[in-house]
Ligand binder design. Structure first.
Ligand code: CP
Ligand code: NVA
Length: 304
């Protein structure tokens, strides 16, 4: 059987993704009811972080541990990965020792190369181009609060970054319309937009994107690795802030999401995370439950 990776949302079928979301909701309920479920005894997750993280690291480590397995945190600072050992060699070695590997890195091509040489499932924990694990949590959160997302309108305000590209994939896989409001030059991947042109529109005006939206989402103006562009980006995105005022353009029961960490006063107003529409804390928590469902799907596949 071919190794099943999760590098983008397109690595699973739409049916598998819907099942995964239902399972995440179920695992969350079981966990809250105090039920133990430990199918992963003796299983190990390798976690490679080439960028910082709070949510991703803690949710994967806690999730693995709750499922009865364990995890190993690997940073380039103190592994041979940081000293230039080829990706192909690292992938072959690590995958002989652990049962699955998650990677947070820069170029998406790097994780693709790693997966090519890995004998165990590789999970994308964020690259410059995609952040699919976050989308699992976002969709779970929407479903929990409002039911199915299919046929709804989602507004993305701000940078056409890794999160936005993953929203484009989600629009196809979960069957919703996505309106992206971004400044010129900061669009999501052109090829991806073209492939999904029946579901994605790009506009310049945030109010236009937010109009009648069921979900409004945003992210930082400068992602990890773009620190030197901060000043230029602050200027380019100054009219792209999500605030309670912008939410007035959306449906009255629209939700607001942000993958976090957030910069208050930049992409969100000071009061946005505490606004009645905001579900950002549920969204953060759901990283845990959605990734447990993902790990279960990837690792226990043969038993299903
Ligand atoms: N949203 C998210 O991935 O957060 P971290 O960078 O803290 O992992
Ligand atoms: N776009 C952000 C997401 C952080 C979770 C980044 O890549 O830094």
């Amino acid at each position: 059987m071919q190794t099943q990776h999760f590098l983008t949302l397109n690595d699973l079928s739409s049916e598998q993704l819907k099942k995964l979301i239902d399972r995440a909701i179920e695992l969350k309920q079981q966990h809250k009811a105090g039920q133990m479920y430990q199918p992963f005894q003796g299983k190990v997750l390798g976690m490679v972080f080439e960028k910082s993280s709070t949510r991703t690291r803690v949710s994967f480590e806690a999730g693995m541990s709750q499922l009865g397995g364990s995890s190993i945190f690997l940073s380039p600072r103190d592994t041979q990965l940081g000293r230039g050992e080829p990706i192909e060699d690292s992938a072959r070695v690590l995958s002989r020792m652990v049962d699955t590997i998650m990677i947070r890195t820069f170029e998406h091509a790097k994780i693709m190369r790693f997966a090519e040489y890995s004998g165990v499932p590789v999970i994308n924990a964020l690259t410059d181009e995609y952040h699919p694990c976050q989308l699992l949590a976002d969709i779970q959160t929407y479903v929990e609060h409002r039911g199915a997302i299919s046929g709804k309108k989602v507004a993305w305000i701000g940078d056409g970054n890794n999160m936005c590209n993953s929203y484009v994939n989600a629009a196809r896989q979960f069957d919703f319309q996505l309106s992206v409001a971004c400044p010129e030059g900061y669009e999501p991947l052109a090829q991806l937009v073209e492939l999904n042109s029946d579901r994605v529109t790009i506009v310049r005006n945030p109010e236009e994107a937010a109009a009648d939206a069921d979900l409004v989402a945003t992210d930082v103006w400068a992602s990890m690795g773009q620190e030197e562009e901060q000043k230029q980006r602050m200027a380019a995105f100054k009219d792209y802030q999500v605030s309670p005022k912008l939410m007035e353009a959306a449906h009255s029961d629209a939700l607001f999401m942000h993958c976090l960490p957030a910069h208050r006063g930049e992409e969100v107003s000071e009061d946005m995370l505490d606004h009645g529409s905001s579900v950002v804390w549920d969204e953060a928590e759901n990283r845990l439950h959605a990734q447990k469902a993902l790990l279960e799907m990837l690792l226990l596949r043969e038993r299903k």
